[in-house]
Design a protein around this ligand. Structure first.
Ligand code: IPE
Ligand code: IPE
Ligand code: MG
Length: 239
């Protein structure tokens, strides 16, 4: 068990490797996504059990629209299932202290998904133990463009002085506004890149990479990441 004071306050997870997991087993890629969605449930539950206050799971990027339509449609179905299930298990989730947030541009998603997600966000419990951000149609760059547009519009209308634009102004305009930056970002599947995940917020994140494919990722892997994190020496530019 890790000392609570050494636990990250916010962990980002790039849920990668679903396709390769399926391929290895001679299954369609979509089976990997199905299994990956189960692992998402298991890891978010575990994170709340051990008391991590913020988790962000990268589920679908702004670049993932390049994939075949059928694969995208299965991913959207999984997202839809998750939303229905979360609604059905509202009491249970509330007791557990889950608060769900969706980060990314949901406006282009199927209408039913969008309204389920909005409903869920609006009906989150007042207090929670763990906020789970699910990043869908999320891209760090597009998130920044959105913030830049808002800054420009406020400056143009005179409600914000150019000289008052600060790092906080930008942070407050991101989807993660009000949340701590991720202390730790986990990427399984053997890739060493961010793939447009939390571009601004990851400025001082610690990274943890693993060859494990996301559908095989276990709470033991998560523990290993947390143990490594507890040993990191974060300096934030100091000495
Ligand atoms: C991650 O797994 C899920 C999404 C990006 C939606 P992949 O589908 O990218 O799996 P690999 O990287 O092809 O193995
Ligand atoms: C990153 O994985 C996006 C998600 C896990 C949702 P990708 O599989 O899309 O990333 P690249 O293309 O390998 O960089
Ligand atoms: Mg991938």
């Amino acid at each position: 068990m890790i000392d609570k004071s050494l636990l990250p306050q916010h962990v980002g997870v790039i849920m990668d490797g679903n396709g390769r997991w399926a391929k290895k087993r001679g299954l369609p890629r979509t089976e990997g996504h199905r299994r990956g969605a189960e692992v998402f449930r298991a890891i978010s539950t575990y994170a709340s059990d051990i008391g991590i206050p913020y988790m962000t799971f990268y589920a679908f990027s702004t670049e993932n629209w390049k994939r075949p339509e059928q694969e995208i449609s299965v991913i959207m179905d999984l997202f839809r299932n998750f939303l229905h299930e979360a609604q059905d298990r509202r009491a249970e989730n509330e007791e557990r202290g889950f608060r769900f947030r969706f980060i990314g541009d949901l406006t282009v998603l199927p209408e039913d998904i969008r309204s389920l997600a909005e409903y869920m966000e609006q009906n989150n419990p007042e207090r929670g133990r763990t906020t789970v951000n699910v990043a869908v149609n999320y891209g760090g760059r597009s998130e920044l463009v959105r913030a830049v547009r808002e800054v420009a519009s406020r400056v143009q209308s005179g409600s914000l002085a150019l000289s008052d634009v600060s790092e906080k102004t930008v942070s407050d305009l991101l989807y993660t506004s009000g949340q701590p930056d991720p202390d730790l970002i986990i990427r399984p599947s053997g890739e060493f890149r961010l793939s447009n995940f939390l571009t601004w917020q990851s400025a001082y994140s610690e990274f943890w990479f693993s060859d494990v494919l996301w559908p095989d990722f276990t709470t033991d892997d998560f523990d290993r990441a947390l143990e490594d994190f507890a040993r990191r020496n974060r300096r934030f530019g100091g000495i």
